[in-house]
Write a protein that binds this ligand. Structure first.
Ligand code: G1P
Length: 273
């Protein structure tokens, strides 16, 4: 399992006006573009091919992970070897592939665009709006669970009641051996409808059969093709596991969360502010 899909075609409207001219994935969290952190998590989890599902105006994401020999030479000439090495290291983290999602038709549709590149192998989906701080990385732990069980895995996180309507929510059962079996999922339910407080957060390890399910998935909530609706099919067949994450999760999908995440990341790195 070597491929991780990053849906990054979104307009970032919740971050306007900051995202008018710059993709939200490139806005800095402390001193690195936001996308750096999730790509690093995937690389540390053993993934070596990062597939960005992009759209118009997102070229800066690939530029960040590309070599810039001229810049490296300038830095070397100025005695800044450490930064030159860091920049070169970005391109060595993985192989980077971009495919386009011409029409924004939802997360399920974005994932489906990666079908030809992923081919017939299990793969990860990583949503870069969710930053998780953990060691070993969350995606690594989920990958290990997939390798042990052969079942697709989604990350779950307990959320306070008022946040339930912002997430996919799982009807899950913790078995005696600690395995978390997901029986059903509901995309962004009301508090009354929600089967639990276990929210799906943006990490998934998926069997390639999800593509043929997505191809048959009609538009759901918000008129979009929802990944959650395709995952429900696996859940109903008892083939979807949850991995309950108890570490720190940072939501960078809005300006307040972004600022908070920046401060948390700086603090983790020992920066005094
Ligand atoms: C997506 C998924 C949702 C999931 C969330 C995690 O929603 O559709 O099931 O809980 O990501 O961040 P979005 O936040 O893209 O609206």
């Amino acid at each position: 399992m070597e491929k991780a899909v990053f849906p990054v075609a979104g307009l970032g409207t919740r971050m306007l006006p900051a995202t008018k001219a710059v993709p939200k994935e490139i806005l800095p969290l402390y001193d690195r573009p936001a996308i750096h952190y999730t790509v690093e998590e995937a690389a540390r989890s053993g993934f070596s091919k990062m597939i960005f599902v992009t759209s118009k105006g997102k070229e800066a994401i690939l530029n960040y992970f590309d070599r810039d020999v001229e810049l490296e030479e300038i830095l070397m000439a100025r005695g800044k070897k450490e930064m030159a090495d860091f920049l070169r290291g970005l391109s060595e983290m993985a192989e980077f592939i971009a495919i386009r999602q011409g029409v924004p038709m939802g997360l399920g549709h974005a994932v489906l665009q990666a079908k030809a590149v992923v081919d017939n192998e299990p793969f990860a989906v990583v949503l870069p709006d969710d930053i998780v701080l953990s060691d070993p990385p969350l995606l690594r732990q989920m990958r290990d669970l997939y390798l042990r069980t052969g079942k697709s895995v989604v990350a779950l996180y307990r959320v306070p009641e008022e946040q339930i309507p912002s997430f996919g929510i799982a009807d899950a059962e913790v078995k005696k051996d600690g395995q978390v079996v997901i029986h059903d999922l509901v995309e962004k339910p009301s508090i009354q409808e929600a089967p639990s407080d276990l929210a799906v957060i943006g990490r998934y390890i998926l069997e390639p059969e999800i593509f043929s399910i997505l191809e048959k998935t009609p538009p759901g909530r918000g008129g979009e093709i929802q990944l959650t609706d395709a995952l429900k099919v696996l859940a109903k067949e008892g083939r979807l596991l949850g991995f309950i994450f108890e570490g720190k999760r940072l939501d960078i999908g809005n300006p307040e969360g972004f600022l908070k995440a920046s401060l948390e990341i700086a603090a983790e790195r020992g920066v005094k502010i």
